[in-house]
Design a protein around this ligand. Structure first.
Ligand code: HEM
Length: 399
């Protein structure tokens, strides 16, 4: 029964629209669940997910490792260069330290003015009243513009990169098909060639952007190679907007469904940061994370063999009643909420503060300009994706 439940959660796009009841059922009936036909596990409790994400005995499969899939077969990890997200220590430690020298909290805070200006640029033309698809008009273009400015990608190239980057993000889905992987390979090669050329241009004409900072970043004699810079750029570019687009869409959607919370927010703007964090907890834009076991381990009293895949269902962990009161209640006044939406441990999201900044600026901008937000579709559709879960469109009347 639990296999069927787990497979529905992970592979049925109809469930993606509202997975929470099924996630709770899995957490209650089989919180550390192994698929009957594969070394493939699913975790739904907060503490289990958190400790797995922080455990050095688990990480990413190395090239050549046989990795179990949800379909019951095993695939060999390709022997290709990997981004930060897919590396293990010590390579991960070295690369993360070099990238962190360029991607500093100061650089993110320095973007606040630009994020405000870019938000105004998108929202001002909508005043005094309009009917729009908020995904198309705001939730997609804002993070794409922000990440383009941060990285140093000319804006004109943004629309061309969008579908290619989306193909790359598709490889993160647990039910990805061989066709998805092939498409991602072709798109990945185009993105790599694009960034290669951009890096060469910046080497001769450095700017004030992250790309120039990555070129300059060094630890003594150690520097990033051309391909490390390219891979890091494509990761940051992909991680930087698909996820944040989902956050912004989920935020407006969830607040419209909770008018009492929206009213509280209007009455007290100091609640804006807490509201963004509550959206991250309640409707996480990344719902699934995964680890591969390097050795036999024990998780929540179960023996998990070396070479297993372990999925951490972040959306379930964020609603675990063992760590959060009345978890299905959306409450923007919560304080110090346990949250796994940005992961945990050595791969903790490098862009968490930028994503929060964008959420807060957009929320304040919408509250300032529009006293009423009315959904034009009762159940707007979700994209057929679970790992990067977000709305396909969000038609709204703003006035
Ligand atoms: C709401 C928006 C976002 C969410 C929910 C999110 C979520 C996550 C999660 C769950 C991870 C951990 C993956 C793992 O454990 O394997 C992660 C890693 C990462 N994120 Fe984000 N992210 C967001 C926005 C961003 C932005 C805006 C950027 C860049 C500007 C970014 C860059 C990264 C990078 C580079 C990593 C890999 C870090 C590493 O492996 O050391 N993310 N993100």
């Amino acid at each position: 029964m639990s296999d069927e439940l787990f497979l529905r959660i992970v592979t049925d796009p109809e469930v993606y629209a509202d997975p929470y009841a099924l996630l709770a059922e899995l957490r209650e009936t089989s919180p550390v669940h192994k698929l009957g036909f594969a070394d493939y596990w699913a975790l739904t409790r907060y503490e289990d997910c958190r400790s797995v994400l922080r455990d050095p005995r688990m990480g990413n499969p190395e090239p050549g490792d046989q990795v179990p899939t949800i379909a019951g077969n095993a695939v060999r990890t390709p022997k290709e260069e990997r981004t930060l997200l897919f590396l293990n220590p010590p390579d991960h430690t070295r690369l993360r330290s070099l990238v962190s020298r360029a991607f500093t909290p100061r650089r993110v805070e320095g973007l606040r003015g630009s994020v405000e200006a870019m938000t105004a640029e998108l929202l001002d033309p909508l005043v005094p009243a309009c009917e729009v698809d908020l995904i198309d008009q705001l939730a997609f273009p804002l993070p794409a513009n922000v990440i383009s400015e941060l990285v140093g990608v000319p804006r004109a190239d943004r629309d061309w990169l969008r579908p290619l980057v989306s193909d790359l993000a598709g490889t993160l889905e647990p039910n990805r098909s061989p066709e998805d992987m092939e498409r991602a390979e072709v798109s990945g090669a185009k993105v790599a060639a694009y960034f290669d050329e951009l890096i060469d241009r910046r080497r001769t004409e450095p700017g004030d952007d992250l790309l120039s900072a990555l070129i300059a970043a060094s630890d003594g004699e150690d520097r990033l190679t051309q391909s490390e810079i390219g891979l890091t750029l494509s990761l940051i570019y992909a991680a930087g907007f698909e996820t944040t687009t989902n956050l912004l869409g989920n935020m407006v959607h969830t607040l419209m469904r909770h008018p009492d919370q929206l009213a509280r927010l209007r009455a007290d703007r100091s609640l804006v940061p807490g509201a963004v964090d509550e959206v991250l907890r309640y409707q996480p834009p990344v719902q699934v994370d995964a680890r591969y076991t390097f050795e036999d381990v024990e998780i929540g009293g179960h023996s998990v063999a070396q070479g297993s895949m372990v999925l951490t269902l972040l959306a379930a962990a964020n609603r675990d009643p063992a760590v959060i009161d009345d978890p299905d209640r959306f409450d923007i006044t919560r304080q110090d909420t346990p949250l796994l939406s940005f992961g945990s441990g050595i791969h903790y999201c490098l862009g968490a503060s930028l994503a929060r900044l964008e959420g807060q600026v957009v929320l304040a901008g919408l509250l300032d300009r529009f006293p009423t937000w009315t959904p034009l579709e009762e159940n707007p559709p979700w994209k057929p994706r679970l790992t990067l879960r977000g709305l396909a469109r969000l038609p709204v009347a703003l006035a």
